[in-house]
Design a protein around this ligand. Structure first.
Ligand code: ATP
Length: 236
């Protein structure tokens, strides 16, 4: 029997998923792969299905068709709470954290053993160390986003998923977050990234996957994402 070498098997493989919100279909066949050590950008205009794809991967809005495989796990068969344990870390849109816990408590509550420790997260985002005793609800939007990233890192995920991590933030904070994302890239952290900032994404992404109306319509390296593809699918 021919056994495919593990280096050829993607870490995450989403194949032909379809997802509904009640009677309304949002995904009509999304395909997406992330190999170990890769940074993959999931792109598309507003409402094309990026967040729904991520919600489907994490079992928050389960897919009703298709397959979602992560390493040896069939994620469609796992409840949402087991998916994080399988090694996926999510920084969700809307930067959720526990508002009435301190910054440090928010970080410690998700901690799992691995490279990322409290000390390393606080070195990455010194503002979190400065505000470690403050309740999370008193942080600015940018600081809450850093905390959301820190919380995901503290789980020591094998795949980190960032959904619009820089959306709506002040330029100086955006720069701090992009600096962190570039560091993840240097460290070989497998990452799936949703963001609209092409000028930041394209230099660091290994591959891009573009969604249009709930389907994957284009997959390729950033260098191949020429103006015709951008005009057609990204509206820039
Ligand atoms: P954005 O860039 O604006 O965040 P997106 O690419 O992440 O967009 P989704 O949020 O996944 O897109 O939305 C995909 C489709 O699903 C859209 O048509 C949207 O209106 C619909 N949708 C999203 N959330 C819900 C919901 N809770 N109930 C019903 N429909 C929804």
């Amino acid at each position: 029997m021919f056994v495919k070498p593990t280096w050829e098997i993607p870490m995450l493989k989403v194949a032909d998923i379809e997802t509904f919100y009640g009677p309304s279909q949002a995904l009509f066949g999304v395909n997406l792969e992330v190999n170990a050590g890769e940074m993959v950008a999931l792109m598309g205009r507003n409402g094309m299905g990026k967040t729904t794809t991520i919600r489907s991967i994490f079992g928050l809005t389960p897919a009703s068709r298709g397959t979602i495989e992560f390493e040896s796990h069939d994620l469609r068969r796992l409840p949402a709470y087991r998916i994080a344990k399988a090694g996926l870390g999510l920084v969700p849109e809307g930067r959720r954290c526990f508002p009435n816990l301190s910054v440090r408590e928010n970080l410690l509550v998700t901690a799992r053993p691995g490279e990322w420790t409290l000390e390393k997260v606080e070195t990455l985002f010194p503002r979190l160390e400065e505000r470690r005793a403050q309740m999370a609800k008193t942080l600015s939007g940018g600081e809450q986003q850093m905390l959301a990233i820190g919380r995901a890192l503290m789980t020591n995920p094998r795949l980190l998923v960032l959904d619009e991590a820089t959306e709506g933030l002040a330029p100086v904070i955006r720069q701090e977050i992009w600096r962190a994302i570039r560091l993840f890239k240097q460290q070989g952290q497998s990452t799936l990234l949703v963001d609209k900032s092409l000028s930041e994404i394209l230099p660091i992404a290994d591959r891009c996957t573009i969604l249009e109306k709930g389907s994957t319509v284009w997959v390729g390296e950033p260098a191949a994402l020429d103006s015709s593809v951008r005009d057609r699918y990204l509206g820039v």
